[in-house]
Design a binder for this molecule. Sequence first.
Ligand code: ADP
Ligand code: SF4
Length: 687
Amino acid sequence: MNDTRYDILFEPVQIGPVTAPNRFYAVPHATGHGWNQPHGAIALRAMKAEGGWGTVAVQITEIAADTDMANHPMERIWDDSDVPRHEAQVAMIKHHGSLAAIELGHGGMRCRNITTGVPVIGPSALPVLRPEVPLQARAMTLSDIAAFRASHKAAATRAKRAGYDILYVYAAHDISLLSNFLSIRTNQRADEYGGSFENRLRLLREVLQDTLEVADGRCAVALRFSVAEPEAKYGLRHDGEGRDVVTALADIPDLWDVNISGWSQDSASARFTEEGYQLPYTDFVKSVTDKPVVGVGRFTSPDTMVALVKQKRLDLIGAARPSIADPFLPNKIKNGNIDQIRECIGCNVCVSMDSYGLAIRCTQNPTISEEWRSQWHPEAPAISTGSQSHLIIGAGPAGLECALQLMRAGHKVTIADQRSQVGGRVTLESTLPGLQSWSRVKDYRLHQLSAASEVNLYLESAMTVDLVEEFDADTVVVATGASWRKDGVGSTNFDPIDFGSTAVITPDDVMTGQFNNAPTATPTATIVATNIVVYDDDHFYMGSAIAEALAMKAHNVTYITPLPTIATWTDNTLDQPAIVKRLQKLGVTLLPNTHLGADGSFTNALTGQAIEFSDDTVIALVGARTSNDTLYRELQTRGTMKQLHHAGDCLVPGIIQASVYSGHATARMILSSDSPAKRREQVSLGF
Ligand code: ADP
Ligand code: SF4
């Protein structure tokens, strides 16, 4: 009997004059493939359409030269010369039967306009909404407002000509001129566009009407609106002006695409939020409007999706990250392959790439951004060159991903790991507070591998050169990971330190239970033997996660880092403010700008003051890692392997995403299905 549980997700949804073929809606999100990497952008979105997303939306598309968001590679539709690129994109999305949507936007006070040199504009003369950038916005005159409306209309006209089905009006994330006009924080005007709620709403209402006029019953008009700013001191609230906006404009747009603001709230990571975290703010919208509503919240569970529709909380299931992690999520549900969904782990590595202005990467989906560059498909197995047997040593993310791709190509795979559990670092790291969902990296792969008869998995099997040689595999892949260094070498210090009699531990000791987590004395305000200094010279999540784990065990924890901010790189994954709050709540003392000296002492770089700790203080070093590549090097020296590779952290220590990618790339190399010569986006000089 067919499984009808999820049929409701495959019902068509009328959106104004167009019909979405199902309820799966890939919302606009930054891809890093902006206007200047069109092949990559088009292929990435086409893959989602192929995977069954009934609507595929294009990220923020700058409507004119005065909304220059560079260095973030947004889309552009400044003038007619941009249209052919969009036509090609629309054609690829529609080829798979999906609707194509475009998020037309003006960044307002979030622009820099550095490449165009045009003054940044906003409702009021204030610094731009990037405190670290020395720029101010010019207050728009009434004729500037008229010009903005005209340029939005012109962009909408071009988008319609390019063939888009849904034209967005964008008032979300604090990255929008229209949001700037709505908010009392940024709109300090005294004319008809400022002051009262109706006045601040005026421009959004006008632009919506302008866009509906352009759409003229051929395209739908969507309004992307952040109904709440949960972290803002004052601003829109879902039970205040946010709700008032939805009430005032209820049936004007053909579709409400709702979320929360700023971006760090909208794209909050799994470390601090659960699936569906936006619903408490957004689910009132359906009770206010008769128009369809799409919302997001890292939805990966089909049962949750069905419940949301049945409970009339959403009409369309919006997804950015779940559609990156698994572009084929809808088709897997449709075909009853729910167990094959590659669930987003909420790590925000994808988001971090946008901060860098680079094509996105994903921990779960190594093929993202490789659709055109490398012609990698997330589901189609690599073409096999015959049936061989492969031995993979190490069942971490690199080993498992490599094994999965070889298995899919029909090869015989044996995986050996010295531990009693599969998953390597993700199994260990998912025991840290907030990182439980990271075990999905292992779960997804292990599930596929366990179901395959040509795969053998041996745990508690420490491999040696002799054992490997005895195995006589066609290919040996060494994916034995890396270990945290205990000698003080880290991102800012390349010289090993002698810690003398001071007890030094690493994240490995904490995660494997080598370090006894229970303190022996009651922590007090003064330094006692249970004091732990976590020295973070790694700057991603691990230092703060270790500090959190130890503080939760009632240790008296001091977090020290040589950089000026806490867990600096987590700013790119939008976690940093939440990490600081969490550590403060746990009573962790935070000492940025503090260096570890060659003699193992700590000094504040700004004041020159030495930081003293009692002799029995334990130092948890979170610095660099060393590849566990002894076995690989010994095998290389022996020289008896038919084919020998190393992958993941064994090749070079990196983030989990890099391990998965490395495992994937190694498999493709073994299968000879990957050309080392990647395609490149080339600029045409046009003369
Ligand atoms: P990566 O991120 O590169 O996949 P991990 O550290 O997550 O690296 O995984 C490496 C795995 O390799 C661990 O599970 C570890 O137990 C295993 N391993 C390391 N050395 C050996 C060995 N000699 N024999 C078998 N397994 C090993
Ligand atoms: Fe999800 Fe992480 Fe992939 Fe982003 S990088 S889509 S958060 S798994």
